[in-house]
Design a protein around this ligand. Sequence first.
Ligand code: ZN
Length: 132
Amino acid sequence: MIKKIDHIGIAVNNLEESLSFYEGVLGLEVRGIEEVSEQKVKVGFLDIGGVHLELLEPTSPDGPVGKFIEKRGEGIHHIAILVDDIEKSIDLMKNKEIKLIDEKPRIGAGKSKMAFVHPKSTHGILLELYEK
Ligand code: ZN
């Protein structure tokens, strides 16, 4: 069911500023910048050897990433694993009584389907199930 790590989500205060490091210093290529209004974030994707970094800038302090930064500052927000059938993965987790944040897939950046698994069930990381 799991194919690979698709991306690592990193919460940043300012996307343009963070690109001066990720693009300017590391030399990574930006694959696109997109606003996901439902999540109240502006997202920048960078390719790093077939895996992506997803830089997340909050567009509002009351969104999930805005709250995250307020509590913990910038840093790793989530790890996303690519699955071939997100509905099946969600059902499997439900059957094993895994705590989910999203019981149904949501539409994320690039029209992908995504659902978050609660850190209580993953030993401390916010895990994103992601289907392209
Ligand atoms: Zn993500």
